[in-house]
Ligand binder design. Sequence first.
Ligand SMILES: [Zn+2]
Length: 305
Amino acid sequence: MSDTAIPENSTPDLVLTLLGTGGPLPDAHRAGPSQLVSAGGAQLLIDAGRAVVMRLAAAMVPVSALDAVLLTHLHSDHITDLSDVITSHWVTTFEPTPLRIIGPVGTERVVHHLLEALGPDICYRMDHHDDLAQPPLVEVTELAVTPGSDALVDVAIAGVDLMISAAATDHRPVEPSIGYRIATPRGASVVLAGDTVPCDGLDALSRGADVLVHTVIRKDIIAQIPIQRLLDTLDYHSSPEQAAQTAAGAGVGVLALTHYVPAIPPGDDAARSQWRDLAAAHFDGRIDVGDDLHRIELPISDSTT
Ligand SMILES: [Zn+2]
């Protein structure tokens, strides 16, 4: 991790924004899982959970500015508003501009069916707007990661001067699932784990990263709820303790938790502290338990540590 302090008012090398910090259950205060990485003039959206387009608006980033959408896996809570991203990107670009979507095997099929479902809307708009001469242009790249492997796969995005790599995570029986590492030429790096239990792929991806964004659930609480459908979620997510162990093993600078299940109620600082304390028992570094639109700028300046 870089320990270089940046002068006030200087432009960050990379900005990570937690757009949505909620989980699968609807929450009045948290959008579904998604993050924005802004670096080198590029805007990369990682996952597209519920209300992602609203959160992008709040972050002052138009959907038309997205260079690519990177999907960690195809669970509905991570992709439910991909349809909105596709449509909003289409109607707010005025030159034919492909929306690039990168994800695990299966992404192509999901996008194909989304476009099919949008068929009537696409016809209405093209009939009505003479200058909307083509349907949404979407370019899908499926990444061939090998479940169980710690191999890193390079991800190239034309016109984007960032080093992006992917690795298999372990969210079985959801397979394949992918984590991403995004690094700038100057060395700022962030890892987006998505949903996973600790695994070799995530360890390899996270080694020495400035920030690890990790979805988590409170297994100590969920395990006490006698609802089988909730209990089923215990074995394929990480607890804050497990996320912290991964962060410590990889030597990351900041662990940013997200996807709080159960949700942290607004203003409940005691609950927020509990999440942090569970992680802090296993990780000495900075732990962020942020809300929607929480930002981390890299390199870390002294004033934000
Ligand atoms: Zn999932």
